[in-house]
Design a protein around this ligand. Structure first.
Ligand code: OGA
Ligand code: MN
Length: 321
């Protein structure tokens, strides 16, 4: 059972309940604590919470249930101070759901480790002329993961193995809030509309192998998904935009689609709906692709960033209202 409690740090008191600890790291002025003693602290008004659950390798079923509830409530979770092998990360990921095999790696990128098909390496490091992972050192524009698949992953779990001294922060935007605050005139224009999600490019702007750069976006490869999607676990509706470049709202003239998409994107990425995380070694971020978008800042190419990622299989997208 979840209980809203006064933040111990703010009140200076600590709960008398056996096994509970004072809240640590509370920056937003409120925290929730459950009966297993996990502190859940909002990291911003917009989106995200930090949970303190100890070593994720040692979570009991009850404690994991509390972590999972915090994930559904807060859209993005930060868990710090972990030490995980690849096998540990995948085992933790499996507690959120069946893992999905990683997407094919790019041309010039090191092949995936056959022992761990569900591991993706996100890195700018080049060894012997070969990129050890994806996304390079440039900016990754706002996106949700693999929106260009018929059934995109439900959640993504990213673990910091090596981080640069500056740059490479990851930002998140809350798509429940984006929809809830959408002006009525815009909301009425997207009712029952779908977006065509283009498969050709990565969020880092690279053309995927085997695709053509010059193509009418109405005919580009990729599935269409409802703009308003219903979260299968929370039942809440969220805006589902995918990514801006090469997107198209089915049925509209090209110029009208572009104008409406620009208006939706300007709203959805307003700074007050976002939170940006500066990584520390041992951090895990878990985000919900059904109700969040994310982006990554560029980093200094002379520095190294290595992240391990795994993702859980999603379920067919439901239309929301
Ligand atoms: C991803 C992604 C951002 C980052 O792994 O899907 O967008 O900060 N990563 O590496
Ligand atoms: Mn991504």
């Amino acid at each position: 059972m979840w209980q809203r409690t006064a933040c111990a740090r703010k009140t200076g008191g600590s709960s008398s309940r056996a096994g509970s600890r004072p809240c640590t790291g509370c920056r937003a002025g409120s925290c929730r604590r459950n009966e297993q003693g996990i502190d859940v602290t909002r990291v911003s008004a917009a989106v995200g919470a930090q949970v303190e659950c100890g070593d994720v390798k040692a979570l009991t079923a009850a404690t994991f249930a509390a972590v999972h509830a915090a994930f559904l409530d807060n859209v993005v979770l930060l868990i710090r101070g972990q030490q995980l092998t690849v096998a540990d990360l995948l085992a933790f990921g499996r507690r959120f759901g069946e893992l999905t095999p990683g997407a094919p790696v790019h041309i010039g990128q090191k092949p995936r480790d056959e022992q761990y098909p569900e591991l993706a390496i996100i890195s700018n490091v080049i060894e012997n002329g070969v990129a050890i992972g994806g996304l390079g050192d440039g900016e990754a524009v706002w996106h949700t993961d693999s929106c260009f698949n018929d059934v995109p992953p439900s959640c993504s779990i990213l673990y910091a193995v090596e981080i640069p001294p500056t740059g490479g922060a990851t930002g998140f935007a809350n798509m429940y809030t984006a929809l809830d605050t959408l002006p009525a005139a815009l909301r009425s224009r997207i009712a029952h509309k779908t977006i065509k999600h283009d498969k050709r490019y990565t969020s880092g702007g690279q053309l995927r192998p085997g695709f053509l750069a010059e193509q009418d976006i109405r005919e580009s490869p990729g599935p269409s998904h409802p703009i308003i999607r219903k979260h299968p676990e929370t039942g809440r509706s969220a805006l589902y935009l995918g990514r801006r470049p090469h997107a198209y709202i089915n049925g509209l003239p090209l110029a009208e689609s572009a104008e409406l998409l620009d208006a939706l994107w300007a709203h959805a990425t307003r700074p007050e709906f976002t939170w940006h995380h500066q990584w520390k070694l041992g951090d895990i971020l878990i985000w919900d692709n059904r109700c969040a978008m994310h982006r990554r800042d560029a980093l200094d190419p002379a520095t190294r960033r290595i992240m391990h990622r795994t993702q859980c299989k999603g379920t067919p997208i439901l239309e929301g209202v």
